[in-house]
Design a protein around this ligand. Sequence first.
Ligand code: DQA
Length: 145
Amino acid sequence: MQILILNGPNLNLLGTREPEIYGSTTLADIAAACVEYGTQIGLTVQCAQSNAEGALIDHLHDARGKMSGVIINAGAYTHTSVALRDAISAISLPVIELHLSNTHAREAFRHVSMIAPVCLGIIQGFGAAGYMLALDAMKAHLTRV
Ligand code: DQA
């Protein structure tokens, strides 16, 4: 089972970006932890990050036929991007929406997710640990009888 973890805009700055909201763990540390945890639970994890909407869409398209599922932290594009939503719909793969912060406890513009209706489910508010929770959720989904 191959899983793509896709991170969107500004998440390359994790560790120094508003640590009071997003924590002090870097994206490289999160990626390494995800690969290691994935191995423990029988998932092969690949990670990618881009600040560009089109590049994220390209990653989603590339996942077709190669990946069993996708975990996406789309950053601010979550709240704005019909194109990302359409890409998630188009690839017919299970996709879990993820956020480090609880977007519903923040500004009103973060309460709307364009991608939520086409995702399997959402994990948010648990910081970096959310990525491991999402891997557990994906494994449970993929192995459900
Ligand atoms: C975020 C929440 C978004 O609202 C924000 O734009 C981000 C990060 C999160 O992980 O909490 O860039 O996706």
